[in-house]
Write a protein that binds this ligand. Structure first.
Ligand code: NAD
Ligand code: DAU
Length: 357
């Protein structure tokens, strides 16, 4: 590693074909982080797109495995073959609106998937796996759970989420992520598995699936289609550029204290309506395109992260200001219209099928 932290050799990344996972894989390969091998385990659901990884897929340290994090036999086989010392668990169903329609999928993917990974890692890394009291693990191993600020629920107009804020999730999505965090905690408390949890605020940046606010609104504005703002649009999200989330995860992997939770955010609170107007300005489109639609049920009013712990204890800080980041991101979507079209039409799925069956 760079900062004298933990050194990783063989990394299992789950969900690496999605938005943040693919940014993370490109980030660690392009910034020449020191490791031997990374295996990307991804089921390639509607949200998984291998085209996001075309720029690095020929790197000799990169491998792709198509499969389900709930498939215990497969996860065991991967551990036996590659002997990972690090797991970074991104794979999840991630969209709140989908969770309202299909909650069960979120529970099995996000909770059972997490427990499967934890359990295989525990058995593989524990020095006496048959002894139920053993809390001794191979030196230097680490499991990192990529969680979200949504597990804390909603804030009023004042205050911030800290790592000790009680979990109070409001949607099936956030409840499933909170459930997963609880299982991670249990594997630390009961089995002593060396874990970390990161809880990041809303990410934006390249390769985000256009069901999420920013790419969705850019796509609509570009085509002069109405921009669907839920309710009054005064809900607040705390935005962080995805590459800053990636650097935070790497920082925790290298130097996070075992068993600790780290909140990740860059102090960029914006109302949804501000975001939408900013996109319209950048594209030179009129505000009359905004259409207030029925609110999302259980909609959280405000999220805001207190990042004191990761900034002061681990020395992480974000690189992007929101102004630069949002401008670059909007331009990225305008310059990658083929990517957007292939994602919205589903054409990318054919590519994945042809590559991997
Ligand atoms: P995404 O929906 O873009 O990607 C999810 C990926 O997981 C896809 O590639 C999908 O194919 C894969 N996947 C889904 N089910 C799987 C399964 N059963 N087995 C293997 N792979 C499976 O999500 P994202 O926005 O990149 O989020 C990644 C992680 O970060 C999630 O855990 C999410 O909760 C968390 N997170 C997201 C944000 C955000 O703003 N997007 C913020 C904080 C935390
Ligand atoms: O806070 C982190 C979370 O951020 C992650 O854990 C989730 O995986 C990620 O999807 C995101 O959740 P949100 O619900 O905040 O993101 P979304 O882009 O769906 O919505 C952002 C805000 O915009 C939210 O207040 C709802 C609103 N919205 C969204 C859509 C898609 C609209 O007003 N109209 C829309 O069409």
């Amino acid at each position: 590693g760079s900062g004298g932290g933990r050194y990783m050799k063989r990394i299992l990344i789950t969900g690496g074909a999605g938005f943040i996972g693919s940014n993370f894989i490109r980030y660690i390969i392009k910034s020449q982080k020191n490791f031997e091998l990374l295996v990307n385990l991804d089921l390639l659901t509607y949200a998984g797109n291998l085209e996001n990884l075309q720029s690095i897929e020929s790197d000799s340290r990169y491998m792709f495995a198509k499969g389900d994090v709930r498939d215990r036999t497969l996860v065991e086989k991967l551990f036996e073959t590659y002997d990972f010392d690090t797991v970074v668990h991104f794979a999840a169903e991630s969209h709140v609106d989908r969770s309202i329609i299909e909650p069960e999928l979120f529970l099995t993917t996000n909770i059972v998937g997490t427990q499967t990974l934890l359990d295989v890692a525990k058995r593989h890394w524990n020095l006496s796996p048959k002894d139920k009291y053993s809390q001794e693990y191979r030196a230097g191993v680490r499991y990192l759970q990529v969680s979200t600020d949504e597990v804390y629920g909603a804030l009023g107009t004042a205050g911030f989420f800290t790592e000790t804020t009680p979990l109070s999730p409001n949607s099936p999505y956030s409840a499933s992520k909170a459930g997963a965090d609880m299982i991670v905690r249990a594997y630390y408390e009961t089995y002593g598995l060396p874990v970390n949890i990161t809880r990041c605020s809303n990410n934006y940046g390249p390769y985000q699936f256009p069901e999420k606010l920013i790419p969705l609104m850019v796509h609509h504005a570009q085509r002069n289609v109405a921009l669907p703002v839920y309710g009054d649009g005064m809900q607040i999200r705390d935005w962080l550029h995805v590459s800053d989330h990636c650097s935070a995860i790497w920082t925790v992997l290298e130097s996070g204290r075992v068993g600790e939770v780290y909140n990740v955010g860059g102090n960029n609170e914006r109302t949804n309506i501000e975001i939408v107007k900013c996109i319209l300005r950048e594209l030179g489109r009129p505000e009359s395109l905004i259409e207030h639609v029925k609110d999302r049920p259980g909609h959280d009013r405000r999220y805001a992260i207190d990042n004191t712990k990761i900034t002061t204890q681990l020395g992480w800080k974000p690189f992007y200001t929101f102004e630069v980041g949002i401008h670059e991101t909007i331009q990225w979507y305008l310059n990658h219209q083929t990517w957007v079209e292939r994602v919205t039409s589903g054409a990318y799925r054919k590519y994945c099928q042809e590559m991997y069956g």
